[in-house]
Design a protein around this ligand. Structure first.
Ligand SMILES: Cc1cc2nc3c(=O)[nH]c(=O)nc-3n(C[C@H](O)[C@H](O)[C@H](O)COP(=O)(O)O)c2cc1C
Length: 190
């Protein structure tokens, strides 16, 4: 069992990383092999809309750090997708990553709009970190993000929202969030 985490924060030791690491720690102690990727530190260009990937066996033709991440997504049994909230939504780093995951789809019979998935119901935990203390404040934005993830073939089984996380180390002292994250990681192996 392999669980792979993706972090869309520019802060290397920020709250999103702390919480995603705690999900992975839970999964690891339950028996999974785990890995984490810092999207901000990788070279990932935006989708160029060539549609080359939209064949049943089609791959993205861009040669950058996404090449490795596609392999990681395909071979993972479960993933953790973490992002801070920037301007009410996921960060730009996260959005570019999600756009590039267009390659997880293909157009059946080449028909416009007739999308099929190359991955099926991959177990997923989402993690959001935000300054706003009210964890429900951006629910519609998270619903949209998870709608896109579902369209791509991910099955979100848990959403973790950490509110009041303006300071970089806020999550480290938040026992409730850390316990929730750890349990979500353990839950990925059930
Ligand atoms: C450019 C920018 C935009 C932000 N926009 C929001 C926002 O719309 N709502 C909010 O609650 N927090 C917002 N924040 C605060 C971050 O979501 C918060 O500090 C978060 O915990 C950062 O996660 P990190 O520590 O993993 O980087 C913003 C921060 C930055 C730098």
């Amino acid at each position: 069992m392999k669980v792979v985490g993706f972090v869309g924060s520019p802060r290397k030791k920020g709250n999103t990383t702390t919480i995603v690491n705690e999900v992975l720690r839970g999964a690891g102690e339950a028996g999974a092999e785990t890995k984490i990727f810092d999207l901000n530190a990788l070279s990932i260009r935006g989708c160029q809309a060539c549609y080359h990937c939209q064949k049943p066996d089609g791959k993205c033709i861009q040669k950058d750090d996404m090449t490795q991440l596609y392999d990681e997504v395909f071979t993972a049994d479960a993933v953790v997708m973490g992002t801070p909230v920037f301007m009410l939504q996921v960060t730009g780093q996260t959005k570019i990553f999600i756009d590039r995951l267009f390659a997880l789809l293909y157009l059946k019979d080449g028909q416009p709009g007739n999308f099929r998935n190359k991955i099926k119901a991959k177990k997923t935990v989402t993690v959001y970190s935000q300054g706003q203390p009210d964890a429900g404040a951006f629910a519609s934005s998270f619903d949209l993000h998870e709608g896109v993830l579902a369209f791509l073939g991910f099955k979100v089984q848990e959403r973790i929202v950490a509110g009041g996380m303006r300071a970089e180390d806020a999550a480290r002292g938040n026992r409730e969030i850390l316990e929730k994250a750890y349990a979500a990681g353990v839950g990925l192996l059930k």
